[in-house]
Design a protein around this ligand. Structure first.
Ligand SMILES: *[C@@H]1O[C@H](CO)[C@@H](O)[C@H](O)[C@H]1NC(C)=O
Ligand SMILES: *[C@@H]1O[C@H](CO)[C@@H](O)[C@H](O)[C@H]1NC(C)=O
Ligand SMILES: *[C@@H]1O[C@H](CO)[C@@H](O)[C@H](O)[C@H]1NC(C)=O
Ligand SMILES: *[C@@H]1O[C@H](CO)[C@@H](O)[C@H](O)[C@H]1NC(C)=O
Ligand SMILES: *[C@@H]1O[C@H](CO)[C@@H](O)[C@H](O)[C@H]1NC(C)=O
Ligand SMILES: [Zn+2]
Length: 479
């Protein structure tokens, strides 16, 4: 997940308003009855995943996938091999119309990186370059360090920045807020003549973990190398500086940005029985960072998406509308696979009934986070009642859209949803070497797949189209 503005905090803000939202729903009785009529189907789906034939399946397939391919970096042959494998899996499990759709994606690789503190005490400095960073010259950079906590502090220092290595020791506030330093820190510091930038890893918790991520150079500003350091080292630099100690660091960073290359969004379907042209889309992204193996971000989201369709197919369930699983490519370098898909399917969006993406973890699921207008919200609230057997009955509105790739669609154009789950620890692992299968739990993946399958199936099968109206969800703040 790259751009996750507010998505993580939204549940915390809104969860106590649900009751009031609920009580204000005024759905037609026949629609409520129709949704309730799916109870047996929902229970069958849930049971098949929690005790039946599909128990453990999401985890096992994901583990095999992740153990086989490891990290799946945009632009690499390994990612393309992983995509071939995912397409074959979808076919093997009976999905229809399985195919890849081309997208041109960035290709950035780290060759070599070393950091060293020279003053006031010689020490190794672990560094992890940010995506799209340029490297240093062959003999590296040796310079004095200036630590700032905010962009305002940087501006205040102005001319004293020239020739220095700027360390951003930003506080963790939320991902959406703090990530600005990772995304724009290099160009902001380059304006004042900095030689290089080091960013405190964007995470609420650290055991000396480094958390990379894409960064964007601003056009017309000189491109300087940028990498992240641990929270611990950023705080060390802060203490040195606060005591007036001179800090000198040596960096040797070598990265290559290759030409963009061809990748694919992976698509598989259950075609609709009555309205095959109408689409309910479920998704996650298949690419990952190069550190860790992208089991959490976003192996989990990608695998609950296609596996939900595999389970529905296995249970003989074919909804009226087409259910489409999409495994986005190149989300990490800036939603690039989605952008290609949006461009080539934009004129079909009228027939996209509902869009879903899971890219904020597949920990213990709580329900659904939605961006769907008033009536749509009421429908979701009615649907998630059927998830009572797994306690995933919360329906939490988001005013800013949901999902990462699909966020531009769901912020204004299309109704959609993401997986509400107990993801308080998500950013402990995000974009770090710690994003491995150990983060995931088989039972939680079963339940997450169940939420995904039940919600997408019912929306794809209801007699009437899900309401298109994307007015603000009705959120009544109690107190
Ligand atoms: C960076 O690494 C590449 C690949 O190892 C090497 O060919 C190149 O010379 C290095 N560049 C610099 C500036 O050290
Ligand atoms: C920084 O200082 C220069 C030279 O004194 C001045 O021209 C510039 O406006 C200052 N920049 C900011 C952002 O304050
Ligand atoms: C989606 O595609 C349409 C059509 O090409 C384009 O106008 C729109 O800007 C795209 N949306 C985004 C957020 O890129
Ligand atoms: C939507 O699907 C209908 C058939 O159900 C088709 O006639 C129509 O062309 C589609 N609209 C768009 C915009 O693709
Ligand atoms: C649901 O919650 C109840 C009450 O907290 C608990 O007893 C039950 O085990 C939970 N069920 C599942 C499937 O987690
Ligand atoms: Zn992600």
């Amino acid at each position: 997940m790259k751009k996750l503005v507010l998505l993580i905090v939204a549940p915390l803000i809104f969860c106590w308003t649900i009751v009031s939202v609920n009580s204000e729903c005024n759905l037609p009785t026949n629609l409520i009855k129709e949704i309730q009529s799916y109870e047996e189907i929902a229970t069958n789906i849930i049971n098949s995943l929690t005790t039946g034939k599909y128990k453990g399946g999401t985890y096992n397939e994901l583990a095999k996938f992740v153990d086989t391919f490891g990290a799946r970096v945009s632009g690499t042959e390994n990612l393309e091999n992983a995509i071939d494998y995912a397409l074959a899996l979808m076919k093997q499990y009976g999905l229809e119309n399985v195919h890849g759709e081309e997208a041109l994606v960035p290709h950035w690789v780290r060759n070599e990186e070393r950091g060293e503190i020279l003053e006031p005490r010689k020490a190794n400095l672990p560094v992890l370059g940010l995506g799209s960073s340029v490297g240093t010259l062959a003999n590296g950079i040796e310079a004095e360090v200036v630590v700032v906590k905010t962009f305002d502090q940087l501006k205040g220092l102005n001319t004293t920045i020239k020739g220095k290595i700027v360390v951003f020791n930003e506080d963790w506030i939320t991902y959406g807020t703090s990530v600005a330093y990772r995304s724009h820190g290099a160009s902001e510091a380059a304006r004042f003549g900095a030689e290089a930038v080091l960013i405190r890893s964007v995470t609420p918790f650290s055991m000396s973990t480094l958390h990379t991520g894409w960064q964007d150079y601003e056009e017309g500003v000189v491109k300087i190398p940028t990498a992240c350091i641990s929270k611990e080292d950023a705080q060390l630099f802060q203490r040195y500086q606060d005591r007036g100690q001179k800090i000198v660091v040596r960096l040797h960073l070598n990265y290559t940005r290759f030409e963009d290359s061809k990748s694919r969004n992976s698509v598989g379907e259950i075609q609709g029985s009555t309205y095959p042209d109408k689409v309910v889309l479920v998704s996650g992204h298949i690419d990952s960072w190069d550190v860790g193996v992208g089991a959490m971000d976003d192996g989990g989201g990608a695998f609950i998406s296609w596996y939900a369709l595999a389970v529905l197919h296995g249970l003989g369930l074919r909804p009226r509308r087409t259910l489409r699983a999409v495994l986005w490519t190149a989300e990490e370098p800036g939603l690039v696979g989605w952008a290609a898909y949006n461009a080539s399917h934009y004129n079909e969006l009228d027939n996209f009934t509902f869009v879903m993406e899971s890219d904020e973890g597949t920990f213990s699921p709580l329900g659904i986070n939605y961006a769907a207008g008033v009536e749509g919200g009421c429908i979701i609230q009615e649907i998630v009642k059927l998830l009572a057997p797994i306690n995933a009955t919360q329906a939490v509105p988001s005013t800013n859209g949901v999902g990462s790739d699909i966020s531009a669609w769901t912020s204004s154009l299309l109704p959609g949803a993401s997986l509400l789950n107990e993801n308080q620890r998500y950013f402990w692992f995000h974009h770090s070497a710690a994003d491995t299968m150990d983060v995931l739990d088989p039972d939680n993946l079963d339940k997450s797949t169940a939420v995904w399958a039940v919600v997408s199936y019912i929306i794809a099968d209801l007699t009437d189209d899900f309401p298109r109206n994307r007015d603000q969800p009705r959120v009544k703040v109690v107190n």
